[in-house]
Design a protein around this ligand. Structure first.
Ligand SMILES: Cc1cc2nc3c(=O)[nH]c(=O)nc-3n(C[C@H](O)[C@H](O)[C@H](O)COP(=O)(O)O)c2cc1C
Length: 266
């Protein structure tokens, strides 16, 4: 905690308006830090209208029912590594990404780009890039402990789902944006914002009856960014193959921690 406070204060900067603005991202990379520290006050528009807010309200019984049903739905989510090539309506993909785009984000910067790949040739190129790097990851970069921890999941560097899944969604975090005047726009807490959006996307996929496996292909980011012609401010966060499970798909038997192990009530 103390360390975090120190990091925040050492990275705080003058806003030029008599105030001190905390640093934008506790988990920023060093490169990100340098970019942000050099920036001037950006002068975002302060004149946003504030209007009354009317929320949906349920009875307590209805709230309990809804929360239980939502838990049961999401408790059926599994990472599926065997996906069929059965087509999925594009409209569903549009809707789940719309849903992800409802995520909160630091200072409402919406620092995400969802690249949906449906072209079989591009999917195959992605597979080649990922498999080439993943083979090196498994054999050299990850180390014995990591590879051993993955054994029970039976994962390896062969990623057939990158060809078979009807869609691959690659989620990029925008580490900074651009203002209309060309200046860099700080994307506060961009990684945590995009991670929350990804969580919402996973829930939306589950709600639609679609399956995926959350993947973070190590060392593939720059190559995939170039393949997909994404700009330099975008860094790959996750790759989600999306589709229906194959008929003979299997998943490891895993248990989830019970409530008493994950919740502390004070
Ligand atoms: C940040 C993150 C990275 C992951 N990376 C991979 C990955 O690269 N390959 C893979 O097969 N699974 C990956 N997974 C999936 C996990 O192995 C999986 O979520 C975990 O085993 C629990 O299984 P479940 O998702 O079926 O509940 C990742 C999950 C998370 C949250």
């Amino acid at each position: 905690m103390l360390l975090e406070c120190l990091r925040v204060s050492s990275r705080s900067r003058s806003t030029g308006r008599g105030g001190v603005e905390p640093s934008s991202d506790l988990y920023a990379t060093e490169g990100q830090l340098e970019q942000e520290v050099d920036e001037e006050w950006q002068g975002l528009d302060e004149n946003v209208a504030h209007v009354p807010f009317f929320a949906d309200r349920y009875s307590e019984a209805e709230m309990i029912k809804r929360s239980q049903a939502f838990y049961e739905l999401l408790n059926k989510r599994r990472s599926v590594r065997f996906l069929s090539d059965e087509p999925v309506p594009r409209e569903v993909i549009d809707n789940v990404i719309r849903t992800a785009g409802t995520s909160p984000s630091g200072a409402h910067t919406e620092p995400w780009t969802f690249v949906v790949v449906q072209d079989p040739d591009v999917k195959h190129k992605i597979r080649e890039i990922v498999e080439e790097e993943e083979e090196i990851n498994y054999k050299k970069r990850m180390g014995d402990k990591w590879v051993n921890d993955l054994k029970r999941l039976r994962t390896n560097w062969i990623k057939e789902y990158l060809d078979t899944a009807p869609y691959l969604i690659l989620i990029f975090k925008q580490v900074y944006g651009r203002l209309p005047n060309g200046k860099k726009k700080t994307h506060y807490y961009n990684e945590i914002s995009v991670s929350i959006a990804c969580g919402i996307l996973l829930a939306a996929l589950q709600n639609a009856g679609l399956y995926t496996v959350t993947t973070t292909p190590l060392n593939c980011g720059p190559h995939l960014r170039a393949l997909l012609r994404r700009p330099a401010n975008e860094k790959l966060l996750l790759l989600l193959p999306v589709g229906y499970p194959k008929r003979d798909a299997t998943v490891p038997v895993l248990t989830r921690k019970p409530l008493e192990d994950i919740m502390v009530v004070v």
